[in-house]
Design a binder for this molecule. Structure first.
Ligand code: ADP
Ligand code: 5GP
Length: 206
């Protein structure tokens, strides 16, 4: 069976732990490449340009769109976010799974362009735990936290469009679950048509 590189979209409410989860997944399994998005928001303490995000101005972001340099982009609570095209295309052509940690509008754009992408939504164990994590991170003002929670209510409506949900309660368990889901997705018949046809042809030649 020939393993083809897949796009794995990981979405979830702000503060659910997507960033934490993805860092752990990449550390544990070297088969995944994490796409670094461009954003117009400011870096949080500890974030580095080119590592968490490419931090760009509005003008630079608009130029990226004009140059067709992004495979998707969306607005999220006063800022723009987008996925650089080249990294994703290069990794896929090398047969490597690329993880896009993006919100729901971007996820829909990806599914249209890449129908075999795997869409995964990270859930909190409860709404109050989500709020506590967002407050506990201590990186946004009370006003921005309110906006992000409001956005969570809007995003909650679209969860059924995803292929899988995973609950981020115990971090270790969740990382393992994400890995298992991706591995299982690789075994779906529709993602292995070439292999299936090869065996079918061999059967006829026996
Ligand atoms: P997101 O990227 O989804 O906005 P973060 O990864 O920044 O979320 O996590 C938000 C906060 O929740 C951080 O302070 C992080 O340390 C914490 N956190 C993440 N995962 C867990 C978990 N499984 N249990 C408890 N706290 C968590
Ligand atoms: P944050 O500001 O907390 O890092 O991210 C805010 C939201 O933007 C999160 O839901 C995150 O998944 C999403 N996001 C990050 N990068 C991208 C991207 O390239 N495209 C889209 N559509 N959303 C993104």
């Amino acid at each position: 069976m020939n393993r083809k590189g897949l796009i794995i979209v990981v979405s979830g409410f702000s503060g659910v732990g997507k960033g934490t989860l993805m860092k752990e997944l990449i550390k544990r399994y070297d088969r995944y490449a994490l796409s670094v998005s461009a954003t117009t928001r400011c870096p949080r303490p500890g974030e580095e340009n080119g590592r968490e995000y490419f931090f760009v101005s509005n003008e630079e972001f608009e130029r990226l769109i004009e140059e067709n340099g992004l495979i998707e982009h969306a607005g999220f609570v006063n800022h723009y976010y987008g996925t650089p095209r080249k990294f994703v295309e290069d990794k896929l052509s090398d047969g490597i799974d690329v993880i896009l940690e993006i919100e729901i509008q971007g996820a829909r754009q990806i599914k249209k362009q890449y129908p075999d992408a795997v869409l995964l939504f990270v859930m909190p164990p409860s709404a109050i735990e989500l709020k506590n994590r967002l407050i506990g991170r201590g990186t946004e003002s009370a006003e921005v936290i309110d906006k992000r929670l409001k956005r969570a209510k809007e995003e909650a409506v679209g969860i059924e469009d995803y292929d899988y949900i995973v609950v981020n309660d115990d971090l270790d368990e969740c990382v393992q679950k994400v890995h298992q889901i991706i591995d299982a997705a690789h075994h779906a018949p529709f993602r292995n048509i070439d292999f299936i046809n090869t065996i079918r042809n061999e059967l006829f030649e026996l």
